[in-house]
Write a protein that binds this ligand. Sequence first.
Ligand code: ADP
Length: 410
Amino acid sequence: VSIRGPVPILSASLVAAVVSAATALSAFLGELPSRFGWPYLILGGAFVYLGRQAYDELRTQSEVAAQRQSQVTLLHVELEQHRSSVDDLADGLDTAVFICDSGDKIEFANRRARELFGFDEPIGRSIVTVTLSYELGQLVSRLRESKQPQSAEILFTYPSERVGQAKSWTADGERIFLSVYEITDLRRLERIRQDFVANVSHELRTPMTIIRAMAETLLDDPDDERREKYLTKIVAEVDRLSTISQDLLVLSTAESNPVRKQACDVAEVFRSVLGQLDGKASDKGLETAYEGPEHLTIEANSAQMTQVALNLVDNAINYTIDGSVIVQIEPRDEKVLIKVRDTGMGIAGEHLPRIFERFYRVDKARSRSTGGTGLGLSIVRHIVEAHGGTVVVESALNQGSTFTVTLPVS
Ligand code: ADP
């Protein structure tokens, strides 16, 4: 904002000096008729009149000056308020915003811009120095050449690896605006979704290929003996397909619905699942045991807790050749620790970070032979985390495994 034209600034002392000079002059002129006669009196009157005019003029100018001064102060206050609102607005955005001058030096950077590039004081530095991104520099150069808005998806490597959607534009061809919206999570989720779709189609294709091959063989060779064998295999593969679709449904329901918690007796849930699978364990010569309180009520979704118990205990039985499967429940502070311990084949260290991923299996053939889908542990993790808990595994090859679920009591 600028005030156009000169602003006469008149100090109070100048006004006072003029007033006292005019007063002295008028007193002096009052004595003139007796001393010097009427012509001088008229002349004195004219002087007084002119002095008065000058005084009034000066007074008006001083008032105008004071008025303008207060307008300027008001405008300064308004400007400050406006600037601070714009700063607050820019700082509240999730998008990094830079304003650069005609030499590509940063004039303004909002809070997100400082955070994203880990730079506390970017003002006065070049955009490439602050972002360490050659591609962002290129985007600005293209804008300078074409004067047309530019945009690009950029992989930033400093201070950590992130993907951003960058845009730059200019209004006057000199000052440029630059925005960077981080889309790292979006791209990661997209990749997960693509992998998931690829995995699902692969998982479905395998049994379908087997079913088709068996059915074709049956068509060509309706030998009674083989028919039974092939039909049994077809039924097993169809069962497998339905297990996969069931697990996918459980996973997608858990992911899309918020958890509905009620009072849930987790001790009862795990004891009853252990009882349900006891037959399967004893068929393999495994011992099962429950250690913990008879009842322990927490706030949780009972159906989902049953799913967690089923997946963990079933895995423990599936991946254990001899020994035992033990469930231990222990209340601790405001939490409850649930351990599913087995003396089975264990998991080698290199697989541990990945076993909660969807469709990840250490040994595909073994998982297949036990009717596994590779989704059990990812369902467990999803349900537990949706309840505000955690699940971790301790295991070593041939040393057994312990899966520990920690859940908040409420
Ligand atoms: P799956 O349906 O194949 O069992 P999960 O998601 O339940 O899929 O488990 C992923 C993989 O983790 C399994 O394929 C298996 O290799 C390993 N795993 C899970 N639980 C155990 C366990 N108790 N002992 C050894 N390996 C296990």
